[in-house]
Design a protein around this ligand. Sequence first.
Ligand code: ADP
Ligand code: LRH
Length: 487
Amino acid sequence: MPGYLAVDLGAESGRVLAGAFDGERLEVREIHRFANRPVRDGDDLTWDLKALHEETVRGIGRAADRVEDVRSVGIDGWGSDFGLVDADDRLVAAPWHHRTPRTAAMVAELQKAVEPQALYDVTGTQFLPITTACQLLAMRGSGVLDRADRLLMLPDLIAGRLSGVRRTEQTIASTTQLWDIRRGEWAAGVIDHLGLPRHLFRAEVVPAGTALADLRTRPERLAVVAVAGHDTACAVAAMPSTGDDVGFVSCGTWSLVGVETTAPITTPDARVAGFTNELGVGGRFRFLSNVNGLWLLQESRRVWAGEGRDLGYPELTALAAGSAPYRSLIDPDHPSLLSPGDVPGRIAALCRLTGQPVPTGPAEVTRCILDSLACKYHWVLTRASAISGQPVRTVHLVGGGAANTVLCRLTAELTGLPVVAGPYEATAIGNLLVQIMADGKLSDLTEARALVRSSVPLRRYEPTGDSTGADDAYARFRDVVTRLATE
Ligand code: ADP
Ligand code: LRH
């Protein structure tokens, strides 16, 4: 049975999974998992690339001992973040974490430099301080851009170290806000306009599924494939849908909420509503909005652990299930919640500001986060459907968050739609699917998704039909969002 390895780098954890495909079923097993911890130093928030690389090599080595007939390995990871390397492939600075406070003022800078709708027409990217464009703007004048030979996106950096071939894969390039989403190439005009050195974008750009070279470490003769480098492109490729009338929530550290389209939508409506267009697998696009997802829970958990309360996700989910519903609601995307810090304290401040009961302790705070996320999913899906003209009759919730039964149930209640939860490891599975397609064993996305349906357990949540509580909560949520936006 041919085997494939997926290295899936998430903002919370990295993992190496092996997939064996017998022509009818995909058998997936986890080989290695490791925590991914950002490095904090004052205002600097960066990634430990060396650790990510070492853990990747460790995972691949373990797989070599346990999996037979491995054909290839692919790396996917989160979007926006990148490394600047010199001509010898050494980093000129540690890669920034997109939640660094250093980019806080950069959306305004960007919009001063290029008229927002003109920029959106080209890149189709939501205006958020996390993008590559905003990070590069914040780096101007620091000397790092002058010392850099080229820019490589995070999964490209790891793939480059494994294979010796330094290329950029298209789906991950489309997360930069410097990519021409219609022409499928770097947006040279935008790059020039922002005064960014053109030579940074000199790495050859390749489509998902391109074989780079053989692995330089053990086991030899294992092809490193540029899969869809962007984890969200992988996750949505692994969405087990049967038709087009679906919405998705790719639910990990971020929640990426939207619909799949066949062409980018860059109307003023789409821009003002905060939608992005990203390149997907099989010529598809994702019309989605970034929702500041389970990171709110991750960061709260970190704060509670610091206070001596080490609570796991199943425990937090159970606590939330026992806590009063829809008591306090916040906008998960309030700017005060973007960067690391005392998230429970910041949530309390937002509730005070809007005259709501202040959630205290893990049960109430978790409940507030999950209620608010479900409200935001409904908000985004409604707009995604209205702007794209695509009906949404089922919601596919994929990623680690699909294991959160409360969040899945709330999403069904708020949207009034059935929610299909799973796969939990959608990003890694999408990574495997791209490799299997590149190996000629699956012909397209329709076949790939049918394979997911027949291989992975999925759970369905139906709305109860009594939407009174949810409708009232959603009305209050809309009111809170409007009030917070005008504060
Ligand atoms: P990323 O790829 O961004 O690191 P994942 O897709 O792995 O994220 O999702 C991680 C999130 O999934 C966790 O922050 C947590 O909220 C949720 N999660 C994972 N396992 C469980 C579980 N057993 N119960 C409830 N939630 C879970
Ligand atoms: C999800 C994700 C998302 C990006 C964010 C930085 O992991 O790739 O699509 O916007 O990370």
